[in-house]
Design a protein around this ligand. Structure first.
Ligand code: SF4
Length: 258
């Protein structure tokens, strides 16, 4: 005879163990290495041996002024105005005393000509006052001069004196390094810091020249030529296959003929 159940709340039924869905394995975040950066730079060096600073200059002073003028402007445009500017004001002493209106007229086509005239005159005065008209040889000293940011200081020190203190990061360097995956973000100072952790000091200046050249010749902002790029196999740009096949979204080449 079955035992009578004692009075009280009914015992809970044992729950069946439901197998938990397995969590998807997390993709490890890609981390660029110095070896990858070296491989990329070696390929770029072989591809663009002619890469150099595209600004025309004869002295460190001229390079400094030309670099200040190149903000928001192409190097070709700057090269068109600097010969007349340096004919008229060949030294820091001459430019420091220049009438602003005359300087503005000479550099007008580079854009933002009023603030640029103010910058290069102020830069020349600072150079005279603190360095006897000579370009100083450190980023720190350069940056104390009016109109000079870290990019300008790196460009001038690297090209005029062969001093590698930092990596100049412009719009081309930002774009190409982000697409390749060797840097992340749109802050030039942060990207410079990331690149400096990957690239040996002696390659700093070349790094800028090579990425800029590659950005101009192949890794164009709007139409990268991924199909002709020697870095295709190393690049992490997600649209590279589409661009290589000329079917990238918005690319007129991919639009059907109607
Ligand atoms: S594969 Fe394309 S996106 Fe990548 S570096 Fe080359 S051109 Fe630029």
């Amino acid at each position: 005879m079955p035992k009578a159940r004692k009075k009280g709340p009914a015992p809970k039924k044992a729950r069946k163990a439901v197998p938990r869905a397995r969590a998807k394995p997390r993709k490890a975040r890609f981390r660029p290495t110095p070896a990858l950066a070296a491989e990329i730079l070696d390929i770029l060096e072989a591809t663009h041996p002619e890469a150099r600073c595209a600004l025309d200059y004869r002295t460190p002073f001229e390079l400094s002024v030309a670099t200040i003028l190149s903000a928001q402007c192409t190097d070709e445009r700057v090269n068109k105005v600097t010969p007349a500017l340096f004919d008229r004001f060949p030294t820091a002493a001459a430019l420091a005393e220049a009438p602003p209106a005359e300087v503005e007229g000479l550099i007008r086509s580079t854009g933002f000509f009023r603030s640029k005239a103010k910058s290069i005159i102020g830069f020349s005065r600072g150079l005279l006052e603190h360095h006897g008209g000579e370009i100083p040889r450190s980023v720190e000293a350069m940056r104390k001069l009016p109109g000079v940011g870290r990019k300008t200081a790196n460009v001038v020190l690297g090209h005029a004196y062969g001093i590698n203190e930092g990596i100049a990061v412009d719009t081309h360097v930002l774009r190409v390094t982000n697409r390749l995956g060797v840097a992340r973000g749109q802050d030039p100072l942060e990207v410079e810091r990331q690149l400096m952790a990957l690239v040996p000091v002696e390659r700093y200046t070349r790094t800028t020249d090579l990425f800029i050249f590659h950005g101009r010749k192949i890794c164009d902002a709007r139409r990268p030529r991924c199909g002709a790029c020697p870095l295709f196999g190393l690049c992490r740009f997600q649209d590279k296959k589409a661009w290589a096949a000329k079917t990238a979204p918005g690319d007129p080449v991919s639009q059907p003929d109607i």
